[in-house]
Design a protein around this ligand. Sequence first.
Ligand code: NAI
Ligand code: MG
Length: 501
Amino acid sequence: MSTMTAPELHPDLQNFLSKGPHQLLIGGKRQDAASGRSFEAFNPATGEAIAKVSEGAAEDVDRAVKAARAALSGPWGKMTPAERERVLHKLADLVEKNAEALAQLESLNNGKTIREAKSGDVPLSVALLRYYGGWPTKIHGETTPVSVPYYPGAKFLHYTVREPIGVVGAIIPWNFPLLMAVERLAPVLACGNTIVLKPAEQTPLSALRLGELCLEAGVPEGVVNVVPGFGPTAGAALAAHPDVDKITFTGSTETGREIVKASAGNLKKLSLELGGKSPNIVFADADLEAAAKGMFMGIFYNQGQTCSAGSRVFVERSKFDELVNALAEKAKTIRQGPGLDPKTHMGPLVSQEQKDRVLKYIEHGKTEGAKLLAGGEAAPGKGYFVKPTVFSDVKDSMKIAREEIFGPVVAVMPFDNVEEVVTRANDTPFGLVAGVWTKDIKKAHRLTQQLKAGVVWVNCYQFVDAAAPWGGYKQSGYGREKGQYAIEEYTQVKSVWVDLN
Ligand code: NAI
Ligand code: MG
C-alpha cells in the first residue's frame, strides 16, 4: 500500500465539508431530519468520519413527497420545454465548472480513484445532463389513423401525448454516487417530473451537493428533493409511499424484490437495475492483447464494484493458461491506496460491510477448491482494502461463479466450443451484460443474438454512453435507463379521441 501524498482538497470542497451537518434538501430548503438524528459519512481509505449528515426517515420522505407533488403545479409545471432545456444545460455547466471538487468528493467518500472520477463519473454526468438537456423540445406524441370497425364511416382525430409521470422516487447505490443521481435526475427533469432522491447511506454527499447546484441552476424549489438515510427506513418509506408515482432503483436483487412488494400498495411504476454475474468470453482468435485489457478492466474497474463487472471470464482452452496467468501477474502489480492519491491504481472498497462480504466470498472460493492465483486477502492497514483476486479452476456451480461478489474478485474458466460457452454463459439468474472477444465477425454476431443480456460488448468492455440504453434481462431487472428509452420510462402516454363525425 502506498502512503498518501494527499493533494490539498479543492477550496470549494473544503468549504462544502465545513458546512456540516449536511441537512436534507426538501422544498428548496435545507432542514434537519424530523427525528433530529444524523449519521456519519466515512472516508473508506482510512475508516475515518468525514461528515455528519441528517438522517431522513418516513416523516422526512413524506414531507419531500408533498413538496415534490406541490412543485408539479408550481412554476416548474408552467415552464415551456425550451425553458426546461435551459435549466438542464445550466446545471450541466455548473457540474462541469465544479468538476474538480466533485471528483475529489466522489473519491473521498466512495474510495474510487481520482483518475476514474475525473475521466468517468464527472464527465459522464455532464454528458448526461447535456444529452437530456436536448430532449424536452423533442418529446412528442403521434397522430394515429384509427378505423373503428364497429362505426362505419368513422371520422376521428386521434393523437397521443407524452405527459410526465409525476413524482419520481430514486433510490440509488454507492458505487457511482453522483453519476447515478444525475442519470436519474436528468431524464426525470427533461420529462417535466419532480424527484425525491434517496442516495445510499454510504455516499450521501455528492447528491446533496448536486441538490445545491440544481437550485443554483434555477430548478424551482421542491422539484429536486434529496433525503439521505438508510434503506429499511428512508428507502422503504419512499418505495411504499402512496403518493409516489414511480420508483427508479439500482442496487441488489434482494432489495429490488422488496421494492416490488412495496410498490403493490399504489401500483407505482418501477424500473429496476439489479445485480449481475456477467460473462466475458475470450476466443482464441481474438486480439489477445486487447482481450487481456478487457478482462482486466472488466473486473477491476471501480474496485470491481460495478453491476457490469465481467466476473465470470471464459477463455478458450488453447489460450487459457496464457491469459489467466497474465491477468494474475497484472493483478499483482496494482498499486492500492487512497483514491485521492494520483499514484493509486485501485482504491478501497466502499465500506467495512462490503469488505467483509467480499472476503467471505474469497473464503468460499478457497474452501470450494478454486485455485488462487493472485490476492485472496485484505490488504494490510487501515481502510477497506481487498487485494485484486484471481481464481482459476473454478467450477460453474461454485458460489464465486454464481453469486454477485461486487469486489475485485474474478473467476476464470476454460471452454472448448461455442455451444458450450453460450450455454454456460447464460446459465445464471442474471442477465445484465456480456462481453465477446473474437475477430470472427459471424461468430461475434451469432453470440450477440444468443447471449441473454441487456448489453453486449464485442471486442470492448465497460463502455457506457448517455445515448445508449442500459438495463438487464432476467433477474438483473426491468426497464431501461439512458437514451430515448429513459424518456419512455419517465413519461406516460395519453390517448386522445376527437369526434369529427
Ligand atoms: P442495496 O440494494 O441494499 O442498497 C442500494 C440502495 O437501496 C441504497 O440506497 C439503500 O439504502 C437502499 N435500500 C436498502 N434496503 C432497502 C429497502 N428495504 N427499501 C428501499 N431501499 C432500500 O445494496 P447494498 O446492501 O448496499 O449492497 C449489497 C449488494 O448489492 C452488493 O454487494 C452488490 O452485490 C449489490 N449492489 C448492486 C449494485 C448495482 O449497481 N447493481 C449497486 C450496489 C449494490
Ligand atoms: Mg442492502
